[in-house]
Design a protein around this ligand. Structure first.
Ligand code: SF4
Ligand code: SF4
Length: 192
């Protein structure tokens, strides 16, 4: 029937309008910014860099492999790799990023950087009140602004972070188990 869609749409609008006087779930408008809806766990906005331990600089998981930089569709990640390895938060020698910038005025929140990172080093944040007129002052985020702790990650995406923790724990245990026989063999004195 001609105009059926319009009638249905108007019916739905009327149902919500009159229903909002009697039913809370029909009142979908929130008086933002005084009121805010609770965020969904799967919400995402722009990426951040995860660090372990207390020192954000040493604890960053990023080893500057630059895969995310290459794969980012709008090319809004800029990385300069350190020339030499440095100790991380547990003293392991790692390459790190001397510069790690993300231009969030260009980022399209696609999460490809997260998916391609082999080190669980970059994740999606949920912060969204970032509007500003100063693009270069505030929308080009540097390493120190992007660094956020694993505890923060656990808080905003608890299910996902628990899976990552479990995966990393299992990989660490596997690597330690593999290293043990090798260490034992090298410690065994050779026969004369
Ligand atoms: S965030 Fe991940 S993919 Fe990007 S440079 Fe760092 S380790 Fe590599
Ligand atoms: S979310 Fe997408 S656009 Fe944004 S930095 Fe990551 S890969 Fe690039």
């Amino acid at each position: 029937m001609l105009g059926e869609g319009i009638i249905k749409g108007m019916g739905e609008t009327a149902r919500n309008f009159f229903g909002s006087y009697v039913k809370e779930d029909r009142l979908t408008t929130v008086q933002y910014p005084e009121e805010r809806l609770p965020q969904k766990e799967a919400a995402r906005n722009f990426p951040f860099l995860v660090y372990d331990g207390k020192d954000w600089d040493k604890g960053l998981r990023c080893v500057a492999c630059q895969i995310c930089e290459k794969e980012c569709p709008p090319q809004c990640i800029y990385i300069v790799k350190d020339a030499t390895k440095k100790p991380d938060h547990i003293g392991k020698m790692q390459f790190q990023a001397k510069v790690f910038d993300i231009d969030i005025s260009v980022c399209m929140s696609c999460q490809i950087c997260v998916e391609v990172c082999p080190f669980e080093a970059i994740k999606m944040d949920v912060e969204y009140e970032l509007s500003t007129g100063d693009r270069f002052g505030q929308l080009l985020l540097h390493k120190d602004q992007l660094a956020k702790s694993n505890d923060y990650y656990r808080k905003i995406h608890p299910t996902e972070a628990a899976e990552v923790d479990a995966r990393m724990g299992a990989e660490k245990a596997k690597a330690e188990a593999k290293a043990k026989p090798a260490a034992a063999t090298s410690a065994t004195p050779s026969k004369p």
